[in-house]
Design a binder for this molecule. Structure first.
Ligand code: PMP
Length: 432
């Protein structure tokens, strides 16, 4: 057996030897993190960092209520989801209660990839059709179907050329960069509708899948009315509207618990994960009863640990904490303050082309030129490295990797937000 690790660098080397190369980590020289508390992380040398990137640990690191609930449940019982116990019914009821009444039927899984995969298979089974329309610049997961609709070239330059024949795409409806900007962004919806109608005349359309808020592509809201028009066209063509809420749902947007509420629509199938388990592997798909019932005609579903006693207790506790600590409200208030302060920075530093987002899902987009919007990709990476030295963990996102994805735990304090903005200001003043 290997000797006990002696340094962060040595552990990193061991990691590199034993894990697949694609299983990446943040930073070329990452700190070896050992502890977390609320929005803070501590490394093995006792250095403390502010975690501004963590939308998985949404209610905060090492939350005592989750630790206690999981501990208690592990001592009592944990087994596969085919047994009969109360926790699974309680958790599924709680998730369904956060959604519009018609979305009343829950499938419990273990990750976002599984949730999106199952959501697509449900759409295919319910319609008896196969073809799916996805938005470009999207990431939806690594499993067969969720990967098929992942169109972002950030991590896979061949993404668009290698999608299966049942996947079709529409433009990334980005109102900041892309073909239609600002006021012109209303053009994306009719174009997508035209594509959907054209496809529907040639292939059997099962549905449309997209993040309901343009998350991975930079934290940009979809243009007003976009999903209303696109969902209508998909339904007119006999397909279902599938919403990926893995990143943007669960209170993060502050004013809305779910991203689709920002668009004023109700999807047919909702996929969610990440925040659902606060880092514990948990995901869910929620749909209408008659849609769920059609799944059995074509698919088999059983998840050993999806909705296990332990998963269910963790999931229920996360929802209780979000409610009891009023974390959605915190996302609105502290997120509003953060957005204001970042917008202030944009007035001072030319490199900040725009501040996108809502609540605690924000994107700080760096450009070399505010006219051409040339992405400041290398600068964004260097800024992240310098911010790490100053004690802030934050990462780039988007096809150009030039947007800081700002999505901290929802419990983040105003002081922490100020610390982050002051650190970013300092980097932009001093250089990186
Ligand atoms: N959908 C979206 C929008 C995501 O951001 C991710 C993860 N980054 C996934 C799906 C896949 O989730 P998971 O990593 O839990 O499989």
């Amino acid at each position: 057996p290997a000797a006990p690790p002696t340094s962060a660098a040595e552990v990193l080397a061991r990691r590199g030897r034993v894990l697949a190369e694609v299983q990446e980590h943040y930073y070329a020289e990452p700190p070896q993190v050992e502890r977390g508390w609320r929005e803070h992380l501590a490394d093995v040398d006792g250095r403390v960092y502010l975690d501004v990137v963590n939308n998985v640990t949404s209610v905060g690191h090492a939350h005592p209520r989750i630790e206690q609930a999981a501990h208690r449940q592990l001592r009592l019982l944990n087994t596969n989801s085919r047994f009969h116990y109360a926790a699974v019914a309680e958790f599924a009821e709680k998730i369904a209660a956060t959604l519009p009444d018609e979305l009343d039927t829950v499938f419990l899984v273990n990750s976002g990839s599984e949730a999106v995969d199952l959501a697509l298979r449900i759409a295919m089974a319910a319609t008896g059709r196969r073809h799916v329309v996805a938005m470009r610049e999207a990431y939806h997961g690594w499993t067969f179907a969720s990967d098929a609709v992942s169109t972002s070239i950030a991590d896979n330059p061949n993404a668009l050329a290698t999608r299966p024949d049942w996947v079709h795409t529409v433009d990334a409806a980005n109102s900041y960069r892309g073909r239609h900007r600002g006021e012109d962004a209303h053009r994306y919806a009719p174009e997508a509708v035209a594509t959907i109608r054209d496809l529907a005349s040639r292939v059997d359309l099962a549905g449309f899948v997209a993040e309901t808020y343009f998350g991975n592509a930079g934290g940009v809201a979809l243009p007003p009315g976009y999903l209303r028009e696109v969902y209508a066209a998909v339904r007119e063509a006999g397909g279902l509207a599938v919403a990926d809420e893995v990143q943007v749902g669960y209170g993060r947007l502050g004013h809305w618990f779910w991203g689709f509420q920002q668009q004023g629509v109700v999807p047919d199938v909702v996929a969610v994960a990440k925040s659902v388990g606060n880092g514990f592997p948990l995901g869910a798909v929620v749909t209408r009863r008659e849609v769920a019932d059609r799944y059995r005609t074509q698919g088999y579903f059983f998840s050993s640990t999806g909705g296990s006693p332990l998963s269910s207790v963790v999931g229920s506790t996360v929802l209780d904490v979000i409610a009891d600590e009023r974390l959605q409200e915190n996302a609105a208030v502290v997120g509003g303050h953060l957005e204001q302060r970042l917008t202030g920075l944009a007035g001072k530093h030319e490199l900040i082309g725009a501040v996108h987002g809502d609540g605690l899902y924000l994107g700080v987009e760096f450009v070399r030129d505010r006219g051409t919007l040339e992405p400041a990709t290398a600068e964004t990476a260097a800024i992240c490295d310098r911010l790490l030295e100053l004690g802030v963990v934050v990462q780039p996102t988007g096809d150009h990797q030039n947007v800081l994805k700002v999505k901290p735990p929802l419990c983040i304090a105003r002081e922490s937000v100020d610390f982050f903005v002051d650190a970013l200001d300092r980097v932009l003043v001093e250089g990186w």
